[in-house]
Design a binder for this molecule. Structure first.
Ligand SMILES: *[C@@H]1O[C@H](CO)[C@@H](O)[C@H](O)[C@H]1NC(C)=O
Ligand SMILES: *[C@@H]1O[C@H](CO)[C@@H](O)[C@H](O)[C@H]1NC(C)=O
Ligand SMILES: *[C@@H]1O[C@H](CO)[C@@H](O)[C@H](O)[C@H]1NC(C)=O
Ligand SMILES: *[C@@H]1O[C@H](CO)[C@@H](O)[C@H](O)[C@H]1NC(C)=O
Length: 385
């Protein structure tokens, strides 16, 4: 009797043990299931941690902004703006209440009467600018600093990123109404199955099907600029896994073979496109750029730098050439067999508002042809430092 009681007691303990194990694994299963159904919300800006909440709240006013909406011009410059005389004339023909200017230049570079011919640029440099390596992730950081600065002003409803060699192809009011009329951003974004820049190590932050390529020169609506600035997940993955392969350097000898096998990636040709795609914002984009670049296709395949943008100089910036660019109304994306008919707010429009890369001579020619507005030679003489 005693013995059997002991056995029963032992069985009871065993049974309790089993129950505990089953209960534990059941709750673990449930927990796992729950986590599966609510994955961490990486990409929505609302998941930002508390330090950003103030900014988000302040910015929230931006979407309901009631005053005159501004177009923000964000210049990514190496140092000065060599085409300031053309831009000066362009802004001369604008309403001061309709635009704002931000410049990211090398740290310490100040825009004043000694460094620029146009008063519109005085003091417009960011104070927190960084040293930029062309084609490196610091370029994206600089872009983000520009967008962040512009978002501080709730009036900035459209934000266009430009380089120091960009020119406007129209007067201010044309460009303003074109960009304001569109509730979509203009972001060149396409799939390129042939290229090997996607780095599998980016998974799972960036799944391969979300990888996009496209021009760095973008025009964003405020909402999308916020996504770019608030991202805390995709950029670190880019910083780590999307790096430009260094050019062959004879002094490195045998190391070159190893370096040239390294993954090659140009961050600024992928970041915004991929980030917006991860946020499922592809449908809120016009998937093309508003900045024209002429590519020199005669550069050979052997050339490690690939195609080069052609620089326009006085001779090839003729009215006929410029008219030719302005007449373009569609873009063909070879890798996707996609023809993009250029539209803004559903109307057909010319594809390009800006163009790069322009020399001073070419910009001078645009100015004298009256491309950005009536040309008044005396204004140049007045403002020459
Ligand atoms: C601006 O350019 C557009 C199109 O080229 C033209 O129709 C318009 O008259 C110009 N406006 C001004 C103020 O020059
Ligand atoms: C400035 O903005 C107002 C309001 O959007 C608009 O009516 C006006 O045409 C703009 N001025 C220019 C020069 O584009
Ligand atoms: C877009 O076009 C529609 C129809 O032509 C027009 O009613 C609307 O005001 C336009 N939107 C903007 C933002 O200009
Ligand atoms: C295009 O590239 C080739 C070879 O690199 C060069 O010789 C030529 O001058 C370039 N053309 C233009 C228009 O830049």
């Amino acid at each position: 009797m005693k013995k059997s009681a002991q056995v029963v007691a032992a069985r009871h303990v065993l049974w309790l043990g089993w129950k505990l194990v089953i209960l534990l694994s059941l709750s673990l299963c449930l927990l796992a299931l729950f986590r599966l159904h609510s994955p961490p919300n990486y990409y929505s800006s609302s998941s930002s941690t508390s330090p950003h909440l103030d900014v988000l709240r302040r910015r929230g006013a931006g979407s309901r902004f009631a005053g005159t909406p501004k177009l923000a011009f964000l210049f990514l410059a190496r140092r000065n703006l060599p085409l300031d005389f053309l831009w000066g004339s362009f802004f001369e023909n604008a309403d001061a209440a309709n635009f704002s200017i931000y410049i990211h230049s090398e740290p310490g570079f100040v825009f004043d009467a000694t460094t620029t011919r146009s008063r519109f640029f005085y003091g417009r440099q960011l104070r927190n600018s960084i040293q930029v390596g062309w084609g490196e992730s610091s370029m994206i950081e600089a872009e983000r600093l520009l967008f962040a600065a512009a978002l501080e002003d709730p009036a900035n409803q459209r934000l266009v990123l430009l380089s120091d060699s960009c020119v406007p192809l129209y007067n201010f009011s044309y460009i303003y109404s074109y960009l304001m009329a569109s509730s979509r951003s203009f972001v060149d974004s396409f799939l390129d199955a042939k290229e090997g820049r996607y780095n599998p190590q980016m998974f799972p932050v960036i799944p391969k099907e979300r990888w996009r390529k496209g021009s760095q020169w973008i025009a964003l609506v405020r909402k999308h600029a916020e996504v770019v600035v608030d991202d805390e997940v995709v950029f670190p993955a880019f910083k780590k896994f999307c790096k430009r392969r260094p050019p062959v350097d004879a002094s490195k000898g045998k190391l070159n073979t190893k370096l040239q096998k390294q993954h090659n990636c140009i961050p600024d040709e992928h970041f915004v496109q991929t980030l917006l795609s991860l946020n499922e914002l592809d449908t809120e984009l016009e998937r093309r750029t508003v900045t024209y670049t002429s590519w020199n296709q005669s550069a050979t395949k052997m050339d490690t730098k690939g195609w080069h943008p052609v620089t326009f100089d006085y001779a090839n910036a003729s009215p006929r050439q410029i008219q030719g660019i302005k007449k373009i109304n569609h873009v063909y994306y070879e890798t996707e067999f996609r023809t993009e008919w250029c539209r803004a707010n559903l109307s057909s429009v010319p594809c390009f508002l800006f163009a790069r890369k322009f020399s001073r001579g070419a910009a001078m020619r645009l100015l004298s042809e009256g491309v950005v507005g009536r040309f008044d030679a005396s204004s140049l003489l007045d403002s020459t430092p």
